[in-house]
Design a protein around this ligand. Structure first.
Ligand code: C5P
Length: 323
């Protein structure tokens, strides 16, 4: 993402809003594919798939409308991600983006009445300190020498954008969890009974897996609609009319869109099947990979402050997830 945004001048860049929208459309298609695959063998047909969507999205609209709130938060967050990647080097972006562990924790405490252990509070403090080391402005000799160093390209706009994205990520994640775990208020009990009967016949694992994909379709459904209305129609409408929806797209743009779409679905799978320690490991690997690739692709060097800050963030992430 950083490469596709930073390697061209502003008027040669693809529109982030259309890229976010395309990711959501791809996610919806992938979820539909999984949902189809998880239908019981005898009922596996396009009509059954449509009937299921009708039931989940239209008949149970009171339940599905709840997904519109996290959908809009994720939509804004995903757009901000592109802005942040334009203003920050990839590794600094990855490290600062871990502030979402703090925001998620704070929203979990306030919205889900969850309590954190002393170790977790300590880890959150360490995390914030580590991020501070990476992003705080400093008069580096390498900057004076004109040599790009990780952490030194931080701009106030980039950092602020990441912070807002982290707030949205925390709120959306906690709210999504709240909806998924709250007992659903169903509109049509007869439909529900019918569904329960069907579910009994189904393999239990299949039914559980379907629920994950249905939740994500509900999320993406609102993201696509809201994305079309707010972002494309209101924000970038004139540019799209003038240059086209896919203006300045190339193969790499599609790679970024594909990574964003699969990354989003993997987040959903990680939340469901893995635990926070594994998520922490994945995060740590992503920070190390971003730093390594930044060095190889952009020829950046790594300052000792960046290394100290990044190591603190990786350790804090691990400490936070420890049970
Ligand atoms: O790491 P974080 O929780 O902020 O990841 C959020 C990303 O994952 C967003 O891009 C969001 O669109 C995506 N996501 C998703 N399905 C979920 C949860 C998050 O596609 N169930």
């Amino acid at each position: 993402m950083r490469y596709t945004r930073a390697s061209v001048e502003e008027d040669g860049r693809y529109l982030a809003s259309t890229a976010v929208l395309m990711s959501e459309i791809i996610k919806t298609i992938i979820c539909l594919g999984f949902l189809y695959a998880y239908l019981p063998r005898k009922q596996r047909s396009f009509t059954q798939l449509m009937a299921m969507l009708h039931r989940e999205l239209i008949v149970q609209w009171r339940q599905s409308i709840k997904f519109s709130f996290p959908a809009i938060l994720y939509l804004v967050q995903n757009n901000l991600q592109y802005i942040a990647a334009t203003h920050l080097d990839a590794a600094t972006f990855q490290v600062t983006y871990q502030l979402k562990i703090l925001t998620t924790a704070l929203f979990s405490v306030t919205m889900l009445n969850r309590s954190l252990s002393h170790r977790q509070w300590f880890a959150l403090g360490l995390l914030t300190f580590g991020i501070g080391l990476v992003v705080l402005p400093r008069g580096s000799s390498s900057i004076e020498a004109g040599e790009p160093t990780l952490g030194n390209q931080s701009s106030v706009q980039g950092i602020l954008t990441v912070m807002i994205a982290c707030m949205l990520s925390g709120l959306a994640g906690v709210y999504f969890e709240k909806i998924i775990k709250a007992p659903a208020v169903r509109q049509a009990p007869s439909e529900d009974e019918e569904r329960q009967k069907e579910a009994k016949k189904e393999d239990h694992a299949n039914a559980e897996a379907s629920q994950l994909w249905i939740g994500n379709i509900q999320l993406s459904f609102f993201s696509v609609i809201l994305g079309l209305v707010f972002v494309v129609a209101l924000q970038d409408g004139p540019v799209i009319l003038e240059k086209g929806f896919f203006a300045n797209y190339n193969v790499l743009t599609w790679v970024v869109i594909g990574i964003q779409a699969s990354g989003g679905l993997i987040v959903a799978l990680v939340v469901k099947h893995a635990d926070s320690i594994l998520k922490g490991f994945a995060t740590s690997i992503s920070i190390l990979l971003s730093s390594l690739i930044s060095v190889c692709v952009f020829g950046t060097t790594v300052s000792s402050l960046f290394i100290s800050g990044a190591l603190l963030v990786i350790y804090a992430t691990y400490l936070y997830g420890l049970q």
